[in-house]
Design a protein around this ligand. Structure first.
Ligand code: C2E
Ligand code: MG
Ligand code: MG
Length: 831
């Protein structure tokens, strides 16, 4: 039966074939007499339809097969003549096609092909051998020829149709090649069928129709059974092959898994529920530093960091109970070398299909580098980069914990020590920042040695350190630590081959005061530290309620100061400066006073430091300078003299470093019309020494204005005599502490003598401050000190008081050298 697709042939050709076949079929049915349609014919038709159309031989290389019906058609040809064969062929083709298609065109086309091919065969056989029904009785040679011709023609016809279809399928192949490929096989099949039909026809001739057909049916059944057996066998073989293939695939994937396991970049392991390593890969061995054998001989518990073991086991327990399918945590293992390895540990549960045992699968990723980076970032956020000590944030954190602990258990006590290096700025500026840094690191290391485990030392500012002392019995313990720190730091530091000395002022705030937040205790420790500084540095002070009161007082002072200038609460007192040889009045020092509405007169010693801290000193200083210059100008106009009276005005550190100081002084001089030479600006020694370079430049510019410059309180600050000659200074004012104790302290006399000599050598004037007694005066005169200022001559007095002094001593602008005419401040002494 031909099943080649009729779709592939041109439609007109198909319809022509169908029409032709219809004609052939019509002619055949007309020729077939009704008498010929007997029981044997009907039986043959039935067998053809039911058996012949179902059994087929497949033709290799193409989509096609030859139905067994071809054999029955040939049998019909031999038994019932050509017309019967043609009609049976059409019927067989129709039924065979129905087995696989309901397409009408296909049905018609295949039937048409069967009709035409059978018609051609009939024609050819008739042409060669005449009557067909007599053929079974023909001699064997002729009969064989009939069979061969039948097979050859049918095979040619069938192969041509198949070749046409197949050529359409794969396009380019030549027709004859396709024909030659299928023809042999098709011929063989048709030859077999034709032979079988021939033999059957002969058998019918001998035994009669029915027995022969019965025998044929038996053979057909046997053949069918055999085919079924073969089909089953083929199915079994296919199933076995499929199974084998599946096993091979499994083996392959297991091998793949094995190599993925062995060579995985992350550590992997199969672990028993008890923790024994059952299988480990290379990466895991590398991560932990053990060989495979070593690991398999141990448990995961043995190599887990003890601090993480509890959590790991708890999670495994949850996992085994089925509470979670998988678990992941960051944990630490212990490397064989003893160091710690941070890993991202994923664990999941598996069931062994063979033994049904439950195991654990570990995936272990080394994250030590990431952890280190995180720890570094964390450390940097909470530590001081220079000394490596905890920073303010971490200290406050610790402090919070201590406060919370003390609140829970009130008999527990702690204390905070606030340390500030004395004169660190000077060391930094004079010896350089590198030495300064080394000193801070050195101090940090020494502070650490003074502490007990559990205590915290932090660097909270440039030269500020804090210490948290925990679990104290009483505050004397804190004092003991402070003393230990002082002692430890009193040993000089060897920095870059230099011996550097330093001292520290310490404020202690004990928790017994009752703190609720860290800032308060730090503030109070800081206050105590300031107290220690003001009491002479290099010492410690314990914060107490009185200090708190002072601090509160300061706070109020600060608030009041803000309004004082607007409310005109400041005024100036003037203290005369006198030439010690003839007591001639040389000028005044302007000293600011604050008349507080409630507290009365407040000393500059009390409010100037506060004003310095808050920056208000700039406005107060500017006002004082303007006021003093204005006043002196008025006096000069009223009491002209030669040399003219001078006015000394103090400049604080903050004022001295303000960038627009030069402009300010220039403007005030211009505004008040005071001759710059009549203005003396007093700056303390430490202000100059703290910023040597900028100070020199500032002094130079002030000097360029024509203003005179004095170093105030000389001898008390950090003196670097070697620098002194570099500064454009006119006057040194010897601090009153030397002058006042001169009489009964030889050492002070020597200091005064040295300063006087130094000033003379540098071409500077000297003024002795704090001259209170006749004896002091006499000594100063003896030492060659030129000028003095002090209660002996006059206390600071009001404008009126100062004016009275001027008028009392006024000598109508007499030249200075006219000694006889000089009116002294204390004429009695001149005599
Ligand atoms: P100073 O510039 O050294 O002023 C001299 C201080 O010594 C004054 O104190 C004065 O009253 C005091 N004094 C003078 N003679 C004697 C004496 O014989 N015995 C004793 N015991 N003391 C004497 P005062 O007025 O309290 O001023 C203290 C400091 O306040 C001044 O020291 C100065 O540094 C600062 N100050 C005063 N007025 C101003 C100002 O307008 N601006 C700035 N920045 N500071 C000022
Ligand atoms: Mg002064
Ligand atoms: Mg002074």
């Amino acid at each position: 039966m031909i099943s080649a697709s009729s779709r592939r042939l041109a439609k007109p050709l198909i319809w022509s074939l169908i029409t032709l076949a219809a004609g052939v079929a019509g002619l055949s049915s007309e020729r077939l007499s009704l008498a010929a349609i007997d029981v044997p014919f009907l039986l043959l038709a039935l067998i053809t339809i039911n058996l012949g159309t179902r059994l087929a031989v497949k033709i290799p290389h193409v989509k096609g097969q030859v139905n067994l019906s071809a054999a029955f058609v040939f049998l019909a040809l031999l038994l019932f003549d050509g017309a019967a064969a043609i009609l049976l062929a059409v019927l067989a083709a129709l039924c065979a096609t129905l087995h696989f298609s309901r397409n009408a065109l296909q049905l018609l086309f295949n039937s048409a092909l069967a009709a035409i091919s059978t018609c051609l065969l009939v024609g050819a056989l008739r042409l060669c051998f005449g009557q067909l029904v007599v053929l079974p009785h023909a001699p064997t040679f002729v009969f064989l020829l009939v069979i061969c011709l039948t097979a050859a023609l049918q095979a040619f016809f069938h192969s041509s149709v198949l070749a046409l279809g197949a050529r359409d399928d794969d396009g380019q192949r030549p027709l004859w090649r396709m024909l030659s490929r299928t023809y042999g096989w098709t011929f063989l099949t048709y030859f077999t069928f034709a032979s079988a039909a021939g033999m059957l026809a002969k058998l019918i001739g001998i035994v009669g129709f029915y027995p022969a057909i019965a025998a044929t049916a038996v053979v057909a059944m046997a053949h069918y059974a055999y085919c079924s057996y073969l089909k089953d066998a083929r199915t079994s073989v296919a199933q076995v092959r499929q199974f084998e293939q599946r096993v091979a695939t499994l083996q392959e994937s297991e091998e793949l898994f094995r190599s993925a396991f062995d060579y995985a970049a992350i550590g992997m392991a199969l672990v028993s529920t008890k923790g024994r390593w059952l299988q480990v890969n290379r990466s895991l061995c590398d991560i932990l530093g053990y060989t495979e054998e070593e690991l398999l001989a141990t448990t995961f518990q043995k190599v887990t960091h003890p601090d993480d073991l509890g959590a790991a086991l708890a999670n495994i327990k949850q996992l085994l109970k089925g509470r979670m399918p998988t678990y992941q945590m960051e944990k630490r293992y212990l490397h064989k070398q003893g160091h710690m390895v941070w890993v991202l540990w994923s664990v999941s549960r598996v069931r062994d299909r063979n033994t049904d045992a439950v195991h654990l699968i570990f995936q272990v990723q080394d994250i030590t580098d990431r952890k280190r980076a995180e720890e570094r970032l964390m450390h940097d956020a909470f530590h001081d980069a220079l000394t490596g000590l905890p920073n303010r944030a971490l200290f406050i954190d610790h402090l919070k914990l201590s406060i919370a602990r003390t609140q829970r258990t009130p008999n527990q006590m702690f204390a905070v020590l606030f340390l500030d290096l004395d004169r660190f700025k000077i060391i930094n500026d004079s010896l350089g920042h590198m030495i300064g840094d080394q000193l801070l690191v050195g101090i940090a290391r020494r502070l650490e040695t003074c502490l007990r485990p559990g205590d915290t030392v932090a660097r909270v500012g440039g030269d500020e350190f804090t210490i948290l002392l925990e679990d104290l019995l009483d505050e004397t313990e804190a004092v003991t630590v402070a003393e230990r720190v002082e002692k430890e730091l009193s040993v000089p530091f060897m920095l870059s081959g230099r011996e550097v000395f330093t001292t520290v002022s310490i404020g202690i705030a004990p928790s017994s005061i009752g703190y609720e937040n860290p800032e308060d205790i730090l503030r109070d420790a800081d206050t105590a530290m300031y107290r220690a500084k003001s009491l002479g540095k290099a010492r410690h002070e314990v914060f107490d309620k009185a200090m708190h009161a002072v601090a509160m007082n300061l706070l109020h002072l600060e608030t009041d100061l803000r309004r004082a200038l607007d409310r005109q609460e400041f005024f100036i007192q003037y203290q005369p400066l006198v030439a010690l040889d003839d007591f001639r009045l040389q000028g005044f020092e302007a000293l600011v006073r604050w008349q507080h509405p409630e507290r009365g007169l407040i000393s500059p010693m009390d409010f100037i430091p506060v004003a310095e801290d808050t920056g208000q000193i700039l406005a107060i200083g500017q006002w004082a300078l303007h006021e003093a210059c204005r006043q002196m100008r008025r006096w000069q106009k009223r009491y002209p003299s030669d040399p003219a009276l001078s006015i000394s005005v103090n400049l604080s550190g903050r004022q001295f470093t303000q960038p627009n100081l030069i402009e300010q002084v220039r403007d005030i001089l211009a505004d008040t019309k005071l001759d710059p030479r009549s203005l003396k600006l007093e700056i303390t020694e430490s202000v100059v020494m703290e910023n040597i370079d900028t100070a020199t430049e500032m002094l130079r510019q002030l000097r360029a204005l024509g203003v005179q410059l004095s170093i105030d309180d000389f001898g008390t600050g950090y003196s670097s005599l070697s620098y002194l000659h570099r500064f454009p200074i006119d006057t040194l004012k010897i601090d009153r502490s030397f002058v006042m104790q001169m009489v009964d302290n030889n050492e002070n006399i020597e200091i005064v003598r040295t300063i006087v000599m130094l000033a003379q050598n540098l071409g500077m004037d000297v003024v002795a401050e704090g001259v209170e007694t006749k004896e002091q005066l006499a000594l100063l005169r003896k030492l060659g000190c030129e000028n003095g200022q002090g209660y002996f001559f006059s206390r600071p007095v009001s404008v009126g008081g100062a004016e009275k002094i001027i008028s009392d001593t006024y000598t109508h602008a007499l030249p200075a050298e006219n000694q006889a005419e000089v009116k002294a401040i204390r004429p009695a002494l001149v005599a």
